[in-house]
Design a protein around this ligand. Structure first.
Ligand code: ACO
Length: 328
Protein backbone atom coordinates (compact mmCIF):
# COMPACT_ATOMS: atom_id res chain seq x y z
CA UNK A 1 0.00 0.00 0.00
CA UNK A 2 1.27 3.50 -0.84
CA UNK A 3 1.48 5.62 2.31
CA UNK A 4 2.02 8.87 0.42
CA UNK A 5 5.28 10.56 -0.46
CA UNK A 6 8.32 11.72 1.46
CA UNK A 7 11.12 14.16 0.73
CA UNK A 8 14.11 11.94 -0.01
CA UNK A 9 16.55 14.74 -0.90
CA UNK A 10 16.84 18.50 -1.29
CA UNK A 11 19.08 20.71 -3.43
CA UNK A 12 19.48 24.35 -4.38
CA UNK A 13 21.56 26.69 -6.46
CA UNK A 14 22.02 30.43 -6.49
CA UNK A 15 24.06 32.29 -9.14
CA UNK A 16 27.45 33.60 -8.00
CA UNK A 17 26.89 37.30 -8.70
CA UNK A 18 25.72 39.24 -5.63
CA UNK A 19 23.84 42.52 -6.10
CA UNK A 20 23.84 44.57 -2.90
CA UNK A 21 21.48 47.31 -1.76
CA UNK A 22 24.39 49.75 -2.03
CA UNK A 23 24.72 48.90 -5.75
CA UNK A 24 20.96 49.45 -6.23
CA UNK A 25 21.34 52.93 -4.70
CA UNK A 26 23.30 53.78 -7.84
CA UNK A 27 20.52 52.50 -10.14
CA UNK A 28 17.32 53.97 -8.63
CA UNK A 29 16.24 56.48 -5.98
CA UNK A 30 16.45 54.13 -2.99
CA UNK A 31 18.60 53.43 0.05
CA UNK A 32 19.99 50.46 1.91
CA UNK A 33 18.07 51.73 4.98
CA UNK A 34 14.70 51.75 3.14
CA UNK A 35 15.18 48.32 1.56
CA UNK A 36 16.45 46.73 4.81
CA UNK A 37 13.75 48.23 7.03
CA UNK A 38 10.78 47.76 4.66
CA UNK A 39 11.72 44.28 3.32
CA UNK A 40 14.62 42.69 5.26
CA UNK A 41 16.58 42.27 2.01
CA UNK A 42 20.31 43.12 2.02
CA UNK A 43 21.42 41.48 -1.22
CA UNK A 44 20.20 39.17 -4.00
CA UNK A 45 21.79 36.91 -6.62
CA UNK A 46 21.74 37.70 -10.33
CA UNK A 47 22.25 35.04 -13.02
CA UNK A 48 25.10 35.38 -15.51
CA UNK A 49 24.07 36.46 -19.04
CA UNK A 50 24.69 32.94 -20.38
CA UNK A 51 22.55 31.27 -17.67
CA UNK A 52 18.86 30.51 -18.20
CA UNK A 53 16.26 29.15 -15.79
CA UNK A 54 16.79 25.50 -16.70
CA UNK A 55 20.52 25.90 -15.94
CA UNK A 56 19.71 27.01 -12.39
CA UNK A 57 17.13 24.23 -12.11
CA UNK A 58 19.66 21.66 -13.30
CA UNK A 59 22.17 22.55 -10.57
CA UNK A 60 19.48 22.35 -7.87
CA UNK A 61 18.04 19.11 -9.29
CA UNK A 62 21.41 17.36 -9.45
CA UNK A 63 22.04 18.24 -5.79
CA UNK A 64 18.59 16.94 -4.77
CA UNK A 65 19.04 13.70 -6.76
CA UNK A 66 22.43 13.15 -5.16
CA UNK A 67 21.00 13.75 -1.68
CA UNK A 68 18.25 11.22 -2.47
CA UNK A 69 20.81 8.73 -3.89
CA UNK A 70 18.72 8.56 -7.05
CA UNK A 71 19.75 8.56 -10.69
CA UNK A 72 17.81 10.89 -13.01
CA UNK A 73 16.88 7.81 -15.07
CA UNK A 74 14.87 6.53 -12.07
CA UNK A 75 12.54 9.57 -12.18
CA UNK A 76 8.91 9.10 -13.22
CA UNK A 77 7.97 12.75 -13.48
CA UNK A 78 9.34 16.32 -13.34
CA UNK A 79 7.14 19.18 -12.10
CA UNK A 80 8.54 22.69 -12.12
CA UNK A 81 7.07 25.82 -10.56
CA UNK A 82 8.23 28.82 -12.58
CA UNK A 83 7.00 32.11 -14.02
CA UNK A 84 10.27 32.71 -15.85
CA UNK A 85 10.64 29.69 -18.16
CA UNK A 86 13.50 29.52 -20.69
CA UNK A 87 10.95 30.27 -23.41
CA UNK A 88 7.20 30.88 -23.42
CA UNK A 89 6.99 27.59 -25.31
CA UNK A 90 7.83 24.76 -24.58
CA UNK A 91 7.77 24.01 -20.84
CA UNK A 92 10.94 24.84 -18.93
CA UNK A 93 10.68 21.35 -17.40
CA UNK A 94 11.27 19.94 -20.89
CA UNK A 95 14.62 21.77 -21.12
CA UNK A 96 15.49 20.55 -17.64
CA UNK A 97 14.62 16.98 -18.61
CA UNK A 98 16.86 17.28 -21.66
CA UNK A 99 19.75 18.58 -19.53
CA UNK A 100 19.25 15.73 -17.05
CA UNK A 101 19.65 13.32 -19.97
CA UNK A 102 16.31 11.57 -19.64
CA UNK A 103 13.32 11.37 -21.95
CA UNK A 104 9.79 10.03 -22.14
CA UNK A 105 8.60 10.88 -18.63
CA UNK A 106 6.08 13.70 -18.13
CA UNK A 107 7.75 17.06 -17.49
CA UNK A 108 5.64 20.16 -17.10
CA UNK A 109 5.53 23.65 -15.58
CA UNK A 110 3.16 25.03 -12.98
CA UNK A 111 2.35 28.73 -13.15
CA UNK A 112 1.36 29.76 -9.64
CA UNK A 113 4.00 32.49 -9.13
CA UNK A 114 5.54 32.38 -5.66
CA UNK A 115 3.24 29.51 -4.68
CA UNK A 116 4.55 27.46 -7.65
CA UNK A 117 6.84 25.17 -5.67
CA UNK A 118 4.19 24.21 -3.10
CA UNK A 119 1.67 23.64 -5.91
CA UNK A 120 4.23 21.44 -7.73
CA UNK A 121 5.04 19.48 -4.58
CA UNK A 122 1.35 18.87 -3.89
CA UNK A 123 0.90 17.55 -7.44
CA UNK A 124 3.92 15.26 -7.09
CA UNK A 125 2.54 13.99 -3.78
CA UNK A 126 -0.86 13.20 -5.34
CA UNK A 127 0.76 11.21 -8.18
CA UNK A 128 2.74 9.14 -5.69
CA UNK A 129 -0.29 8.64 -3.41
CA UNK A 130 -2.30 7.17 -6.28
CA UNK A 131 0.58 4.96 -7.35
CA UNK A 132 0.80 6.70 -10.74
CA UNK A 133 4.43 7.67 -10.06
CA UNK A 134 7.19 6.57 -7.70
CA UNK A 135 9.98 9.11 -7.97
CA UNK A 136 9.09 12.73 -8.70
CA UNK A 137 11.48 15.65 -9.11
CA UNK A 138 9.86 18.86 -7.86
CA UNK A 139 11.59 22.11 -8.75
CA UNK A 140 11.10 25.83 -8.12
CA UNK A 141 13.33 27.89 -10.40
CA UNK A 142 13.27 31.56 -11.36
CA UNK A 143 15.30 34.08 -13.25
CA UNK A 144 13.34 37.13 -12.17
CA UNK A 145 16.14 39.56 -13.07
CA UNK A 146 15.10 39.08 -16.73
CA UNK A 147 11.50 40.25 -16.08
CA UNK A 148 12.44 43.09 -13.73
CA UNK A 149 12.17 46.77 -14.62
CA UNK A 150 15.51 48.03 -13.36
CA UNK A 151 14.19 51.61 -13.42
CA UNK A 152 11.27 50.89 -11.07
CA UNK A 153 12.29 51.18 -7.41
CA UNK A 154 8.95 49.66 -6.33
CA UNK A 155 9.96 46.26 -7.71
CA UNK A 156 13.64 46.07 -8.69
CA UNK A 157 14.88 46.03 -5.09
CA UNK A 158 12.76 42.97 -4.28
CA UNK A 159 13.65 40.16 -6.66
CA UNK A 160 16.52 37.71 -7.13
CA UNK A 161 17.44 34.60 -9.12
CA UNK A 162 17.81 31.01 -7.91
CA UNK A 163 16.50 27.46 -7.88
CA UNK A 164 15.61 24.75 -5.39
CA UNK A 165 14.44 21.17 -5.75
CA UNK A 166 13.25 18.16 -3.80
CA UNK A 167 12.95 14.52 -4.79
CA UNK A 168 9.73 12.86 -3.66
CA UNK A 169 9.68 9.08 -3.25
CA UNK A 170 7.09 6.72 -1.72
CA UNK A 171 6.81 6.96 2.07
CA UNK A 172 7.31 3.77 4.04
CA UNK A 173 6.18 2.66 7.50
CA UNK A 174 7.95 4.95 9.99
CA UNK A 175 9.51 7.21 7.34
CA UNK A 176 8.78 10.89 6.88
CA UNK A 177 5.91 11.96 4.64
CA UNK A 178 3.95 14.84 3.19
CA UNK A 179 1.17 15.11 5.78
CA UNK A 180 -1.10 17.59 4.00
CA UNK A 181 -1.21 20.31 1.38
CA UNK A 182 -3.70 23.08 0.58
CA UNK A 183 -3.88 25.06 -2.68
CA UNK A 184 -5.88 28.25 -3.29
CA UNK A 185 -6.44 30.97 -5.91
CA UNK A 186 -8.52 34.14 -5.71
CA UNK A 187 -8.63 36.21 -8.88
CA UNK A 188 -9.81 39.52 -7.39
CA UNK A 189 -6.25 40.94 -7.33
CA UNK A 190 -4.97 39.72 -10.70
CA UNK A 191 -4.03 43.22 -11.87
CA UNK A 192 -2.21 44.13 -8.65
CA UNK A 193 0.63 41.79 -9.52
CA UNK A 194 1.28 40.84 -13.12
CA UNK A 195 3.45 41.08 -16.21
CA UNK A 196 0.95 43.01 -18.36
CA UNK A 197 2.28 42.40 -21.88
CA UNK A 198 3.58 39.40 -23.79
CA UNK A 199 0.55 37.12 -23.55
CA UNK A 200 -2.66 36.80 -25.58
CA UNK A 201 -4.42 39.54 -23.60
CA UNK A 202 -1.81 42.12 -24.53
CA UNK A 203 0.70 40.95 -27.14
CA UNK A 204 4.03 42.73 -26.82
CA UNK A 205 4.35 45.76 -29.10
CA UNK A 206 7.20 48.23 -29.59
CA UNK A 207 5.26 50.73 -27.46
CA UNK A 208 4.71 48.11 -24.75
CA UNK A 209 8.40 47.31 -24.77
CA UNK A 210 9.28 51.01 -24.41
CA UNK A 211 6.94 51.19 -21.39
CA UNK A 212 8.48 47.96 -20.01
CA UNK A 213 5.09 46.27 -19.87
CA UNK A 214 6.93 42.95 -20.23
CA UNK A 215 8.21 43.26 -16.65
CA UNK A 216 6.67 42.58 -13.23
CA UNK A 217 4.34 45.32 -12.02
CA UNK A 218 3.02 45.25 -8.49
CA UNK A 219 0.86 47.27 -6.09
CA UNK A 220 2.82 46.06 -3.09
CA UNK A 221 0.40 47.29 -0.42
CA UNK A 222 -2.54 45.29 -1.82
CA UNK A 223 -0.47 42.11 -1.80
CA UNK A 224 1.05 42.71 1.64
CA UNK A 225 -2.29 42.79 3.47
CA UNK A 226 -3.69 39.70 1.77
CA UNK A 227 -0.38 37.84 2.18
CA UNK A 228 -0.40 38.08 5.98
CA UNK A 229 -4.03 36.96 6.19
CA UNK A 230 -3.92 34.14 3.63
CA UNK A 231 -0.55 32.69 4.63
CA UNK A 232 -1.76 32.43 8.21
CA UNK A 233 -5.10 30.83 7.32
CA UNK A 234 -3.56 28.40 4.79
CA UNK A 235 -1.00 27.35 7.39
CA UNK A 236 -3.81 26.66 9.87
CA UNK A 237 -5.76 24.60 7.32
CA UNK A 238 -2.71 22.43 6.53
CA UNK A 239 -2.28 21.84 10.27
CA UNK A 240 -6.01 21.11 10.77
CA UNK A 241 -5.96 18.59 7.91
CA UNK A 242 -3.19 16.67 9.66
CA UNK A 243 -4.74 17.03 13.14
CA UNK A 244 -1.78 19.12 14.35
CA UNK A 245 -1.41 22.56 15.98
CA UNK A 246 1.20 25.35 15.67
CA UNK A 247 2.95 23.92 18.75
CA UNK A 248 3.69 20.75 16.74
CA UNK A 249 5.67 22.67 14.08
CA UNK A 250 9.45 22.42 14.45
CA UNK A 251 10.19 24.72 11.50
CA UNK A 252 8.17 27.02 9.32
CA UNK A 253 9.69 27.62 5.89
CA UNK A 254 7.76 30.57 4.44
CA UNK A 255 8.00 32.18 1.03
CA UNK A 256 10.61 34.92 1.37
CA UNK A 257 8.84 38.04 0.05
CA UNK A 258 9.12 40.45 2.97
CA UNK A 259 10.47 40.01 6.50
CA UNK A 260 7.56 42.08 7.84
CA UNK A 261 5.07 39.64 6.27
CA UNK A 262 6.97 36.73 7.85
CA UNK A 263 7.00 38.46 11.26
CA UNK A 264 3.25 39.12 11.14
CA UNK A 265 2.51 35.51 10.15
CA UNK A 266 4.68 34.43 13.11
CA UNK A 267 2.55 36.56 15.46
CA UNK A 268 -0.75 35.36 14.00
CA UNK A 269 0.21 31.69 14.22
CA UNK A 270 1.88 32.01 17.61
CA UNK A 271 5.02 30.35 16.24
CA UNK A 272 8.14 32.30 17.34
CA UNK A 273 10.30 33.79 14.59
CA UNK A 274 13.23 31.64 15.83
CA UNK A 275 11.38 28.61 14.41
CA UNK A 276 11.15 30.22 10.94
CA UNK A 277 13.80 29.56 8.28
CA UNK A 278 14.61 33.02 6.95
CA UNK A 279 17.19 33.84 4.27
CA UNK A 280 15.51 36.81 2.55
CA UNK A 281 18.44 39.02 3.59
CA UNK A 282 20.74 37.11 1.20
CA UNK A 283 18.43 36.21 -1.70
CA UNK A 284 15.47 38.61 -1.80
CA UNK A 285 12.28 37.24 -3.32
CA UNK A 286 13.09 34.35 -5.69
CA UNK A 287 9.39 33.49 -6.20
CA UNK A 288 8.88 29.73 -6.56
CA UNK A 289 12.54 29.05 -5.69
CA UNK A 290 12.44 30.67 -2.28
CA UNK A 291 10.99 27.81 -0.21
CA UNK A 292 13.12 24.98 -1.66
CA UNK A 293 16.30 27.12 -1.34
CA UNK A 294 15.52 27.92 2.31
CA UNK A 295 14.58 24.30 3.03
CA UNK A 296 17.75 22.95 1.43
CA UNK A 297 19.97 25.38 3.35
CA UNK A 298 18.32 24.46 6.64
CA UNK A 299 18.62 20.72 5.92
CA UNK A 300 22.27 21.01 4.92
CA UNK A 301 23.32 23.18 7.88
CA UNK A 302 21.60 20.76 10.27
CA UNK A 303 18.78 23.02 11.50
CA UNK A 304 16.04 20.88 9.93
CA UNK A 305 16.47 17.27 10.96
CA UNK A 306 14.95 13.96 9.97
CA UNK A 307 11.74 13.30 11.94
CA UNK A 308 10.92 17.01 12.38
CA UNK A 309 7.68 18.63 11.25
CA UNK A 310 8.04 21.41 8.68
CA UNK A 311 5.30 23.77 7.54
CA UNK A 312 5.66 25.64 4.23
CA UNK A 313 3.46 28.48 2.99
CA UNK A 314 3.65 30.80 0.00
CA UNK A 315 1.61 33.46 -1.77
CA UNK A 316 2.10 35.21 -5.09
CA UNK A 317 0.48 36.52 -8.25
CA UNK A 318 -2.93 35.14 -9.08
CA UNK A 319 -3.44 35.64 -6.17
CA UNK A 320 -2.34 32.04 -5.61
CA UNK A 321 -1.35 30.71 -2.25
CA UNK A 322 -0.57 27.33 -0.79
CA UNK A 323 0.65 25.47 2.26
CA UNK A 324 2.17 22.06 2.88
CA UNK A 325 2.97 20.19 6.06
CA UNK A 326 5.80 17.68 5.88
CA UNK A 327 7.38 15.27 8.33
CA UNK A 328 11.04 15.08 7.22
N1 ACO B 1 13.15 52.86 -2.02
C1 ACO B 1 12.66 53.96 -1.43
N2 ACO B 1 11.35 54.24 -1.38
C2 ACO B 1 10.51 53.38 -1.97
C3 ACO B 1 10.95 52.19 -2.60
C4 ACO B 1 12.32 51.96 -2.62
N3 ACO B 1 12.85 50.87 -3.21
N4 ACO B 1 9.87 51.52 -3.09
C5 ACO B 1 8.80 52.26 -2.76
N5 ACO B 1 9.17 53.38 -2.08
C6 ACO B 1 8.33 54.43 -1.56
C7 ACO B 1 7.01 54.55 -2.30
O1 ACO B 1 7.17 55.31 -3.49
C8 ACO B 1 6.16 55.25 -1.28
O2 ACO B 1 6.46 56.62 -1.31
P1 ACO B 1 5.29 57.71 -1.13
O3 ACO B 1 4.71 57.47 0.25
O4 ACO B 1 6.00 59.00 -1.27
O5 ACO B 1 4.31 57.41 -2.22
C9 ACO B 1 6.67 54.67 0.04
O6 ACO B 1 7.97 54.14 -0.24
C10 ACO B 1 5.79 53.60 0.62
O7 ACO B 1 5.48 52.69 -0.43
P2 ACO B 1 4.64 51.38 -0.13
O8 ACO B 1 4.39 50.64 -1.40
O9 ACO B 1 3.47 51.73 0.73
O10 ACO B 1 5.71 50.59 0.76
P3 ACO B 1 5.50 49.30 1.59
O11 ACO B 1 5.89 49.55 2.96
O12 ACO B 1 4.15 48.66 1.34
O13 ACO B 1 6.60 48.32 0.98
C11 ACO B 1 6.68 46.42 -0.51
C12 ACO B 1 6.51 47.94 -0.40
C13 ACO B 1 8.05 46.08 0.03
C14 ACO B 1 6.58 46.05 -1.97
C15 ACO B 1 5.59 45.70 0.33
O14 ACO B 1 4.33 46.26 0.05
C16 ACO B 1 5.52 44.22 0.06
O15 ACO B 1 6.41 43.47 0.42
N6 ACO B 1 4.41 43.73 -0.52
C17 ACO B 1 4.18 42.29 -0.72
C18 ACO B 1 5.02 41.72 -1.84
C19 ACO B 1 4.64 40.27 -2.09
O16 ACO B 1 4.41 39.51 -1.18
N7 ACO B 1 4.56 39.89 -3.37
C20 ACO B 1 4.09 38.55 -3.68
C21 ACO B 1 5.13 37.74 -4.28
S1 ACO B 1 5.87 38.42 -5.72
C22 ACO B 1 5.40 37.44 -7.09
O17 ACO B 1 4.40 36.75 -7.08
C23 ACO B 1 6.28 37.51 -8.31
Amino acid sequence: MVLGSRIAGTGSYAPAKVLTNAELERLVDTSDAWISERTGIKERRIAAPEECTSDLALRASRAALEAASLDARELDMIVMGTITPDRQLPACAAYLQQKLGVSGIPAFDISAACAGFVYAMSIGDQFIRTGAARNVLVVGAELLSRVTNWMDRNTCVLFGDGAGAVVLTPATEGSGRVLSSKLHTDATLTESLCIPAGGSREPLTHAGLDERRNTVQMVGNDIFRIAVKNLSSASRSALDAAGLTPEDVDWLVPHQANLRIIAQVSTRLGIPLERFVVNIDRYGNTSSASIPIALDEAVRDGRVKSGQTVLMCALGAGISWASALVRL
